[in-house]
Design a protein around this ligand. Sequence first.
Ligand code: GLA
Ligand code: ZN
Length: 668
Amino acid sequence: MFYFGADYYPEHWPEERWDEDARLMTQAGFNLVRLAEFAWSKMEPNDGEFEFDWLDRAISVLSSHGIQVILGTPTASPPPWLMAKQRDLFLVEQNGVRLTYGLRREYCPNNPLYYRHTEHIVTKMADHYKDNPAIIGWQIDNEFGDRCYCDICKTEFHKWLQMRYKTLDTLNEKWGTVFWSHIYTDWSQIPVPLSTIRSQNPGLGLDYRRFMSDTYRNYQKFQIDIIRHYCPDHLITHNLMGFSYNQLNYFDTTTDIDVVSWDNYPRTQWSMRSEVDPVKTALNADAMRGLKKKNFWVMEQQSGGGGWEYVAVPPKPGEIRLWTYQSIAHGADAVIYFRWRTSRVGTEQYWQGILEHHGIPGRRYEEVSHIGKELQRIGNKITGSQVKPRIAIMQSYDTRFAFQVQPNNPRFGYEKHIQDVYEGFYSNNIPVDIVSEKDPLSGYRVVIVPAMYILTEETASNLEKFAAEGGIVVFTPRTGVKDESNTVVNMKLPGLVARMAGIEIEEYISMPIDSDNHVRFGHPDLEDEFPTSIWADVIEPKEARVVAWHSQDFYAEKPAATINNFGNGKVIYLGIMGDKAYYNAIARWISGQARIKPLIELPQGVEASERWHGEKRLLFILNHHSTAKEITLNSSFIDLLSGKFLSGRISIGAFDVLILTDVEKPKT
Ligand code: GLA
Ligand code: ZN
């Protein structure tokens, strides 16, 4: 079944309204709602006093209309009576300031009292709802992630360090504490990285980020264990924040949950732009699918303008539908809108739901109902089908954390660099997976490894094996610079992968912010010149062949990119960073080397993506333009949505979507 519904807050509305809400939801094709994830003070109005009657009644109204429920544990928004117990319950920010009550997510994730109260509420909820047939699963907390720097966290950090390093001597050596006289003689001396005048020891900075990521994983696991005990058959998820969120190692965060879900907001008050960048959403979705190599849920799909302090730009007619199908095209098996009805109260008064404040169905309700009707018809044909790219882009949270400590060049951003590489493939309609440095790589033809700054021996040998067995590996600047402790390697770059790349970096040049360079490619399949910026690696080829040269400056005519035969495969090293045209050309060139073709040639801004059910595929075509576009189909298809036979030159409407099935068997 394809799950379709909304995040619903019955506690915000009079009980007499609930039945009408459920009726309208059913009419819109809903079969699932998320409830209760911020309702702690309604469920436990005073310490130890639990009230589930209201929620029972809401659930029974919904289930009498055939709607199932996913319950949120309410720990992201603690009640005032709890937070009044101890000042220590509040999170301390990096500047040393302790938060105060009044928003949400203000708790310290290591506080023992917070754990105790979490245990109370989660146990009571799980026990109360374990046999309720309307409940299918749980969302733990809401959008984990803010780092705490309090004394409780400091003590826990010391324990974490002792587990990792066993002895202080090892820690001192790994962190290089000899520098500036930081040699610790007692664990208790080790600080948490509160603000200092400038950046801290790189080892400390990286380890604290790892520790905080583990902290949330442990806190989540604490809740999961309770729920699994009472409700072994229920599904458990957590709602994540997409690719761009960089405070947690999401590969670890999602290890203990059953299904990844995430919150998809293409346009909010933080952009206020007319245009939306569909690349970002596509990357978010692919990265979320990559966390467990499984289809995901969207737990909060945008259904109106997203604003807190500002009244944000609303989705244009057709955009809610387009964004919904974009999620589906990249692997969603459930789409839950945020939120059912715009709240009249609280911080999010201007975060529009499907219904407006007044609750009378309007344009957005009509659009969602339209999607609901479509999914009732075709949802079963989509659910469970797989996105199956042959190319993977490798991302590492250790590398992200290390770049947070030292960004290396003011114009460089690791996430942005991955997005640039991704966009090259996206613009050519060549699907990719986003994988971790620990994932098995067999099954792919190409693995791109952008700026793998923290490079471990395991990762290097994983990549060597992949290339030796016939794969193509692609590296970019700032690869192999550091070891696991955030210490610079005692080797010529690219360090542990120099041998497989068949090169050494003679000089790594951090480029000035006010001047660029050019690169000239001279490979039979890529003869072109592109502007470059940010990094210039001057390459000394060993076994590798040179395919590109820098154009200007003191390193003009020196090698800028190489290709090396390694075992049955190839290793490409790109010692430059470029513009859109560069990444676009590189994506085509690399895919060509691996004999991978674009799914279809389409105008810019019209996206294609595939899902497979065994031998049968669904080809999604999404027009992100507010005007119709002419496209040329490369085969004959039936459109699942309209039932029409389509081939040759056709027009796709503004923000419209096609879900094409092949008339003949496609070539894989
Ligand atoms: C996040 C949260 C929601 C809501 C929305 C809109 O995604 O999970 O509870 O606050 O943002 O701001
Ligand atoms: Zn803390």
